[in-house]
Design a protein around this ligand. Structure first.
Ligand SMILES: [Zn+2]
Ligand SMILES: [Zn+2]
Length: 297
């Protein structure tokens, strides 16, 4: 019951009175590799004073942004998507990267995309540019007369610490523990009115606790350990080293003390969301919510 009320309150605050909060988090996609039709690829947007800062670009990110624009968030118009912070290079978090590079350009973005992420992002970007080179040439030389720079990408390799700053926001990257990935990051967004922390994909780590430390909103991943697959030892080991269980999440949240915990990137493991929600309820009594696509906080 508490959870349902939470959704209504936070969504209403975001959509009805744009002046009430200058900083909002739009959950574009809460999904993971499973092809759940109602949960699109992982992607978030921190929207500050009508500028959007994306985090991750799962499948469908540009269309999800368009859906949020239709819901009243003008900053998520396709040709306004100009900056993204990528947590790590797992395919479910980056399959929308070519979409984010090319679609906004075709729809009128004139500036290069600014992309922040782990070191391998540069190589991934170079390969994508090569893969679509003919498309770029046809659109520029043919009747479409596409602009000269909107398909380009400026890649910025991220290290722990402040990675970006402008008049709206300071963005800090912190390292997280995602199994055998050499580099995976969470991000902290500090604006004039809010501190928002995004875990990215991670097993429990103090880095999230330190980054949040009483923050306004903590967005954290979670998996359901009751899943059938988790009876197998290698899957148990996979989730233990790559992701966070409800019990671990409860402990993190108690230490991190967010005003609101938003659970996203839920690995439901073929069980109803309610099964996961029940487990988290037992582990954490603070203010929290299990996110759905297009929620605004
Ligand atoms: Zn991952
Ligand atoms: Zn993931």
């Amino acid at each position: 019951m508490l959870i349902a009320v939470g959704v209504v309150t936070y969504c209403a605050a975001g959509l009805e009175d744009e002046n009430a909060a200058h900083t909002r988090v739009v959950v574009l996609g809460t999904g993971n590799p499973s092809a759940a039709p109602e949960r699109w690829g992982p992607a978030l947007a921190v929207v500050v004073n009508d500028r959007a800062y994306l985090v991750d670009c799962g499948p469908g990110v540009v269309r999800r942004a368009a859906a949020a624009e239709k819901n009243g968030i003008a900053a998520l118009k396709a040709n306004e998507l100009k900056i993204v912070f990528i947590t790590h290079l797992h395919s479910d978090h980056t399959l929308g990267y070519p979409d984010l590079i090319f679609s906004p350009w075709v729809l009128g973005r004139k500036e290069p995309l600014e992309a922040y992420g782990p070191r391998g992002l540069k190589s991934m970007t170079t390969h994508i540019e090569k893969a679509w080179r003919e498309d770029v040439q046809v659109r520029q030389r043919g009747f479409e007369q596409a602009n000269a720079n909107g398909y380009k990408v400026n890649v910025h390799a991220v290290r722990a610490g402040v990675v970006y700053r402008d008049e709206n926001v300071t963005v800090t990257a912190f390292p997280v523990k995602h199994g055998i990935w050499k580099e995976a990051y969470g991000y902290k967004f500090e604006t004039k009115d809010r501190r928002i922390v995004i875990s990215g994909d991670t097993a429990p780590t103090d880095e999230v606790v330190k980054a949040c430390n009483g923050c306004d909103v903590l967005l954290h991943e979670v998996y359901n350990p009751n899943g059938e697959e988790l009876k197998e030892e290698h899957w148990k080991e996979y989730f233990r080293t790559f992701h966070t269980s409800p019990a671990e999440l409860g402990e993190i949240a108690r230490q991190a003390r967010p005003k609101l915990l938003v659970v996203y990137h839920q690995s439901l493991e073929k069980l109803p969301e309610a099964d996961l929600v029940e487990q988290i309820k037992k582990e954490y009594s603070g203010n929290w919510i299990s996110a759905k696509d297009l929620d605004v906080y």
